[in-house]
Design a protein around this ligand. Structure first.
Ligand SMILES: Nc1nc2c(c(=O)[nH]1)N[C@H]1C(S)=C(S)[C@@H](COP(=O)(O)OP(=O)(O)OC[C@H]3O[C@@H](n4cnc5c(=O)[nH]c(N)nc54)[C@H](O)[C@@H]3O)O[C@H]1N2
Ligand SMILES: Nc1nc2c(c(=O)[nH]1)N[C@H]1C(S)=C(S)[C@@H](COP(=O)(O)OP(=O)(O)OC[C@H]3O[C@@H](n4cnc5c(=O)[nH]c(N)nc54)[C@H](O)[C@@H]3O)O[C@H]1N2
Ligand code: SF4
Ligand SMILES: [Mo]
Length: 715
């Protein structure tokens, strides 16, 4: 039986897989010959065949008729949806139509390309994506400090001697902004080389249990901790003067902003002893190659931008930026960031959002204003929304208000594999292919690879039913609504290139500079991936940095304006601080419907000391109340949670009409009903929503505890 090399497109690790056709259809196994993942893959990846053949998949377009979604032909679907988009655009202008691009779009270059071009063709400024739920803070900080939103320092995992991790749980997630399958193993190797790994997290995570030292922190305290480290290093003169002098700008401003963050103060804000702040700073500065990896748990907190800025400053002043064993700036096969800068396409448009006056980040507005954009009357009110590869009803902030907003739309179109929770409210659901059904090249990862490589995969499964590729759907939708994918000329050029080169040829075309005149042919000769030369450490700071000063801007005022707020810390009261818990066998709100994977039932995890104070025992039901809303769920007494925090998985609370019947039966509540929306709840510079460090009141409910009632499911 033939096995075809392919790769997984669920998360950033992009693990190599082997696909084989058997009686049940396609089956997948880890690819031992993959140049980077070398035989690693997780359960979600190898069980993806089930998603491909799940009977809950949408295989035909659906339109809502007499209250329920009914199967129709593609031509009827395009005619209806295109006609409605046209009508709304003509009656109310282009901004009346919004588009939301979800996380899986990032793993399909053509979905991203056609999705953003579709937005441009509509001419709407109401473009939203998962960036403002995930990592926009990194884009804006990189723009200010390094000159480009797409340039990020990536941990040199395999050469480092000191790893400081904040807000990441790679054992479960494979982390983010680093393409690093086997990350935990590689962190363990740091210890084997005699180095140190510190895991800063309000929960003793699966990662902290496997490697390094767990340093519990108060949710939201990371910016204060990192500025405390900068404080100690500058106070004691531990900075790398030569590299600071040669490559940075703004040291005195940084010193001024870090001055109030003395270890005593930082201890009050983080719960970390002052002596530990001192010693951590010294260890980081003295290590022969250290990096600090700030990730999603911090991005989603109140000071994500400031924390990321402090991380870059910390690495820069200790000489670890663009240094072997520190943080590197991989160029990969194509320096997308440099090209975007050269072509001017990384410059943000000048307009601001109608609600709150927010500037877009990478062209997209904050998801946290989406409910207000829909619900606030006015000539530019959002009346229609096209959701592509996303489930904002569960993944974005203020689920309660979003539900009301989505229910009020004149047109909601969801392009997805399933009738997800957002789709349960839609007027049209259009069936997309999954990644087994399409060819791809991992272009989005190029600047995030400590070991640069490229790979091409063919489609390894037949397209089932009437599923279509996202890009095909978008092209037809544009045509039937009287717009284009991009400009009229751009649309024609894309169509012609697709005809001439095919989807793979189109994706491979920009790689000609690094792979030679026949880039696709070269990739096809390396089915398990093609390793590329690593960039030389130091080369970025010497030649590639894009700031006007050609140096690292250590202290951009726009970002450090938050420092005074960070000094006040999170509000203190009887409340606990809520933070998220990513599930091993789920992916945000999806992948819960796989009968071969059993995600754990949703619980609110809290420290036994806090539970005792609140009179709670394992399995008791509580109501969590925040400023935005309330949810009810059982608690788990969890000694891994540091006192003061409460950790709840997101992506639960499926809509009763969602097609994910198995996931629905497992019950749970949408934790994002506790996250606020609206301009005041949105970070001004980055547009980030806040999911972590949200104060919540815990009320005990008089209800049979699940320990007695058996299972949380269905309760
Ligand atoms: N199995 C699985 N893998 C996934 C996903 C999934 O849903 N399931 N999702 C994918 C996606 S979309 C992403 S973006 C990546 C994210 O991957 P990571 O960047 O690794 O982020 P998380 O796994 O969410 O881990 C965040 C950690 O931050 C901690 N945390 C919460 N608040 C704070 C805080 O204030 N300070 C600090 N220091 N820590 C805090 C949490 O306890 C948690 O351990 O994972 C991807 N991989
Ligand atoms: N409280 C809290 N909320 C969070 C987070 C958190 O840590 N805590 N994490 C946030 C993060 S990091 C992210 S990235 C967002 C994710 O937010 P979203 O992207 O909006 O949500 P997902 O749950 O990932 O839903 C992805 C959808 O895409 C569909 N899909 C999968 N593949 C394809 C495809 O190829 N084509 C099409 N058309 N559809 C496809 C799936 O069926 C699913 O319905 O959630 C955010 N929300
Ligand atoms: S870690 Fe799992 S989900 Fe992520 S790419 Fe690898 S196999 Fe896929
Ligand atoms: Mo994400």
């Amino acid at each position: 039986m033939t096995r075809v090399a392919t790769y997984c497109r669920i998360c950033e690790a992009a693990c190599g897989l082997l696909a084989e056709h058997g009686p049940d259809g396609v089956s997948l196994s880890p690819d031992p010959d993959h140049v980077v993942s070398r035989g690693f893959a997780c359960a979600k990846g190898v069980r993806f065949g089930q998603v491909h053949r799940d009977s809950a998949r949408v295989n035909q377009p659906m339109l809502r008729k007499h209250g329920s979604l009914q199967c129709v032909s593609w031509s009827e679907a395009y005619q209806h949806v295109g006609g409605e988009l046209k009508r709304i655009r003509e009656a109310h202008g282009p901004h009346a139509i919004g588009v939301y691009l979800g996380n899986p779009a990032a793993f399909s270059p053509l979905t991203t390309l056609f999705g953003t071009a579709f937005v441009r063709g509509l001419g709407t400024r109401n473009y939203f994506n998962a960036g403002s739920l995930d990592c926009n803070n990194k884009f804006v900080v990189a723009r200010e400090m390094l000159g480009s939103p797409g340039t990020h320092p990536i941990p040199d995992l395999d050469h480092s001697r000191f790893a400081l991790l904040l807000g990441t749980n790679p054992s479960v997630s494979q982390s983010s902004f680093v393409n690093a399958p086997r990350m935990v193993e590689r962190l363990r190797n740091i210890e084997k080389r005699g180095g140190r790994v510190i895991v800063v997290d309000p929960r003793r995570t699966e990662t902290a249990r496997s490697v390094g030292e767990w340093l519990p922190i108060r949710p939201g305290g990371d910016a204060a901790l990192l500025l405390g480290l900068v404080h100690v290093i500058l106070r004691d003169g531990l900075q790398h003067n030569i590299r600071v002098g040669r490559f940075t700008h703004g040291l005195e401003d940084l010193r001024r902003h870090a001055a109030p963050f003395d270890p005593q103060r930082v201890s009050g804000l983080t719960g970390i002893a002052p002596e530990r702040v001192e010693s951590l700073a010294r260890e980081f500065a003295a290590a022969d190659g250290a990096f600090c990896h700030v990730s999603t748990g911090v991005n989603q907190g109140p000071f994500g931008s400031l924390a990321y800025a402090a991380k870059i400053a910390l690495e820069a002043i200790t000489g670890n930026l663009d240094r072997r064993g520190g943080a590197l700036f991989p160029r990969g096969a194509l320096d997308v960031a440099a090209w975007a800068r050269r072509l001017g396409i990384d410059r943000e448009p000048k307009w601001k959002s109608r609600i709150g006056g927010f500037s877009p980040v990478l062209g997209a507005l904050p998801c946290a204003i989406l409910p207000d954009e829909i619900l606030t009357p006015g000539p530019e009110k959002l009346r229609a929304l096209v959701v592509l590869a996303g489930n904002p009803l569960l993944s974005a902030a203020d689920g309660g208000r979003l539900l009301k907003a989505f229910q009020s739309l004149e047109l909601l179109v969801v392009i997805d594999l399933f009738v997800n929770d957002t789709g349960a409210l839609a007027h049209a659901v259009l069936p997309a292919t999954d990644w087994l059904e399409r060819e791809d090249i991992p272009l989005a990862q190029l600047q995030l690879q400590p070991e640069p490589y490229l790979q091409w995969t063919p489609a390894v499964a037949e397209v089932r039913g009437e599923r279509r590729h996202d890009w095909q759907i978008l092209m037809q939708l544009a045509r039937s609504s009287g717009t284009f994918v991009g400009s009229a000329a751009g649309h024609r050029a894309l169509a012609a290139s697709l005809k001439l080169l095919g989807p793979s040829g189109l994706m491979a075309a920009p790689l000609a500079a690094s792979l030679g005149v026949r880039p696709l042919g070269r990739l096809k000769r390396h089915p398990h991936g093609l390793r590329l030369p690593e960039s030389r450490p130091g080369e970025f700071l010497e030649r590639r940095i894009g700031t006007p000063s050609r140096r690292v801007e250590l202290c951009p005022e726009a970002v450090f304006a938050d420092a005074s707020k960070a000094l006040r810390g999170a509000p203190r009261g009887p409340e606990l601080l809520l933070f998220s818990k990513r599930q091993r066998v789920g992916h945000n709100s999806w992948m819960h419907n796989n009968p071969e994977l059993r995600p754990e039932p949703q619980r609110a995890h809290l420290a036994p000391q806090d539970a005792q104070r609140l009179g709670l025992k394992n399995g008791d039901w509580v109501r969590l109340v925040s400023e935005a809303g309330r949810i009810e769920l059982p608690v788990a007494l969890d000694p891994d949670v540091a006192p003061g925090g409460i950790s709840v998985p997101h992506g639960y609370g499926h809509h009763e009409a969602s097609g994910w019947h198995l996931a629905r039966e497992r019950g749970g509540a949408n934790v994002n009903q506790l996250a606020s929306s609206g301009p005041d709840a949105t970070h001004r510079l980055s547009g980030m929503s806040q999911f972590n460090a949200i104060p919540v009141r815990v009320e005990k409910l008089v209800r049979l505890s699940v320990a007695n009632a058996g299972d949380a499911a269905g309760a």
